[in-house]
Design a protein around this ligand. Structure first.
Ligand code: PEP
Length: 281
């Protein structure tokens, strides 16, 4: 289900096409809560393999998404976005994996937010820990990337989370507060219907290790209190890190959970379908 929110920003009329919570009508939509599933394909696959995987998604996941009412957001390699957007027919949303912190200019190798919009994206990940670590993206850069997306009417998926060392020294809440506050200082609150915030403990990504459910609930509660105090738009809270068929059951009932950001498992269509179905009851 789609709703459109029109708003004026920077003297331009921008259009957000965003998914809305499905109406619980008849027997078709049977799950307890409609969730967001963000599929981060990273740089796992070549251009051709991205296109082929997207075709598999359309064949094998479209009806699951329609009947469950969940929202599926696909983050392919940027090289495959144009092809996918031109052949796309399923009710999935497209997302970038990162974007430039500037609108345009002499920034070799970067992808600007406007191009992501023109390539059919509705969302874009910012602040993924792999970008923070390997590309030295600071909290401030992440904030400017988010603002570039908002300027183009795209919804940022802001990734935050602590490293193992930070967790061991009880810094989790302090790290999250620092990362989120940096973003909220820069973005203009009135310009977005909601933000997706993905809590991804760095030590849980790709490691097979999960936080305890009560730890995720505590972080979610902390984020809610913080964002309320910062007066930013509504946020949807995702969890990311080592979600697969065997781990999803442990976290799917987490209080305040609005969805999952899934890396490795999202390139295995059968396993990913099982994850989505496990959350449809
Ligand atoms: C990620 O990279 O954001 C992620 C959640 O990866 P994985 O699911 O592979 O741990």
């Amino acid at each position: 289900m789609i709703c459109q929110i029109f708003f004026k920003m920077l003297n331009k009329v921008c259009v957000f096409t965003i998914p809305c919570a499905p109406k619980r009508m008849g027997k078709k939509i049977s799950m307890k809560k409609a969730l967001f599933f963000v599929s981060n394909w990273k740089m796992y696959l070549s251009y051709q393999a991205n296109v082929a995987l997207y075709q598999q998604y359309e064949k094998q996941l479209a009806s699951t998404i329609t009947t469950t009412g969940h929202t599926l957001i696909v983050c392919p390699a940027v090289s495959a976005l144009a092809t996918i957007t031109h052949t796309k027919s399923a009710p999935f949303y497209l997302s970038g994996q990162t974007c430039a912190a500037y609108s345009h200019g002499a920034y070799t190798g970067e992808t600007d937010a406007q191009s992501l919009r023109e390539l059919g994206c509705t969302y874009c990940i910012v602040g993924h820990s792999e970008r923070r670590v390997y590309h030295h993206e600071t909290d401030e850069i992440v904030a400017h990337q988010a603002q570039q997306l908002l300027n183009q009417g795209l919804i940022p998926i802001v990734c935050i989370g602590e490293t193992r060392e930070e967790k061991k020294s009880s810094q989790t809440h302090a790290v999250i507060a620092r990362q989120l506050t940096a973003v909220t200082k820069v973005i203009h609150a009135s310009t977005v219907p909601y933000l997706l915030v993905a809590y991804e403990p760095v030590w849980a990504i790709g490691s097979g290790q999960l936080p305890h459910q009560h730890e995720v609930e505590s972080v979610f509660g902390f984020i809610r209190t913080l964002t309320h105090a910062l007066n930013i738009p509504p946020i949807k809270l995702l969890y990311g890190g080592s979600i697969n068929q065997s781990t999803v059951d442990y976290l799917k009932n987490t209080k305040n959970l609005d969805g999952f950001l899934v890396g490795k498992t999202s390139i295995d269509v059968a396993a990913y379908k099982a994850v989505i179905q496990a959350c449809s009851w």
